[in-house]
Ligand binder design. Structure first.
Ligand SMILES: Nc1ncnc2c1ncn2[C@@H]1O[C@H](COP(=O)(O)OP(=O)(O)OP(=O)(O)O)[C@@H](O)[C@H]1O
Length: 344
């Protein structure tokens, strides 16, 4: 059951929050919508949920024209950043809510609703907390309940708007893994809004990068990371070191040393080129970009360095523990050479 979004434009007065946006989600796919604040992520979710209408375009799900369906008939489950649980209801009542409010002809029996609640409590690993109130839960537990409530209506699509945005980094990481597991068990087509590139790359089957209401690029996480089509995508997906170079025939010349260029098109002449922290060598002697070691930080299997050039530019580099970086000290002078650079 695929989701088709075609040529969607949404204006607020004369400002286009979404401008001709098209993409598809495959049945059961987990898509991340990634973009900076104001890029149109929430606007897109609201259109899918039926909380707002686009000015132009088409939204279909499994052959159903969603724009002709009410929000309720779309059967979309939503989870927001703020815990939108009902405070006066227990966890179990919150989860049952979407089923209890159905018209009597569509409402499952009490026993069926209870069974669904039990199944979902088990799924979110809060089996013993059904009788508690939201105020008696941690932030992470509340978001798990919010997800169970969204799943209770057996949604065709699950829309998650920065669901872990208010939680601390460790809990976020934990819930991320957990969410992916739940997704794989339930197989619901899911759209997950985030402005955190690590979260998007870690979680999603494919990532839709939005900028100023338009799609910059869509792709699998590694594909986006390795083959960004624009400087925006490169900069947004990770640390970006930038230097001027002279390009010709796929080589960036820095005056005395050079590096191969990865580029979506053939470029020549003076350009700013970009490189990632781990695409670098540090040498004791030039040629290279001269810099002093500002900081040295062990980061898991790697060493992360900050280097500062005589003009004040700061570079970030990353190296294996047993590499040339391992015997450097603070304030040592090194010569930095990129092993490959990107140009757009
Ligand atoms: N009801 C509205 N009236 C006017 N402008 C709006 C309205 N809703 C959204 N916008 C504008 O549309 C643009 C996109 O907003 P949206 O909330 O979709 O961005 P976002 O990518 O979700 O941002 P964030 O990450 O900050 O939540 C913003 O410039 C916003 O100010």
């Amino acid at each position: 059951m695929s989701l088709v979004v075609e040529n969607i434009t949404k204006r607020f007065s004369d400002f286009a929050a979404l401008n001709d946006v098209s993409f598809e989600a495959q049945p059961g796919e987990f898509l991340a919508l990634l973009g900076p604040s104001g890029s149109g992520k929430t606007t897109l979710l609201r259109l899918l949920a039926g909380l707002d209408r686009p000015d132009t375009g088409r939204i279909d799900f499994d052959g159903l024209d969603y724009l002709t369906l009410s929000a309720r008939d779309r059967r979309v489950g939503m989870v927001f950043q703020s815990y939108a649980l009902f405070r006066h209801m227990t966890v179990a009542q919150n989860i049952a809510f979407g089923l209890n409010v159905r018209a009597s002809k569509d409402r499952p029996s009490k026993a069926e609703i209870q069974a669904t609640v039990q199944r979902l409590l088990k799924l979110i690993q809060l089996e013993d907390l059904g009788k508690r109130y939201p105020s008696q839960l941690s932030g992470g537990q509340r978001q798990r309940v919010a997800l169970a409530r969204a799943l209770a209506i057996n949604p065709r699509i699950l829309l998650l708007d920065e669901p872990f945005g208010a939680l601390d980094a460790l809990v976020r990481k934990d819930l991320r893994r957990w969410l992916r597991r739940i997704h794989d068990e339930t197989g619901v087509t899911t759209l997950f809004v985030t402005h955190d590139q690590e979260e998007a790359l870690d979680l999603a089957d494919r990532v839709v990068v939005l900028k100023d209401g338009q799609i910059e690029q869509i792709g699998k996480p590694l594909e986006l990371y390795r083959h960004p089509q624009s400087a925006f995508v490169f900069d947004f997906l990770g640390t970006s070191n930038q230097v001027p170079a002279s390009l010709s025939d796929g080589v960036a010349d820095f005056g005395g040393f050079s590096a191969p260029v990865v580029s979506p098109k053939a470029l020549s002449g003076a350009q700013t080129v970009r490189f990632r922290p781990f695409d670098t060598h540090l040498l004791r002697e030039g040629p290279g970009f001269e810099a002093k070691v500002l900081s040295l930080l062990p980061a898991g299997a790697n060493l992360r360095l900050e280097l500062q050039s005589p003009t004040g530019q700061v570079f970030e580099t990353q190296h294996a523990h047993d590499s040339e970086a391992s015997d450097l000290c603070l304030n040592d002078t090194v010569y930095l050479r990129p092993s490959k650079v990107y140009a757009f």
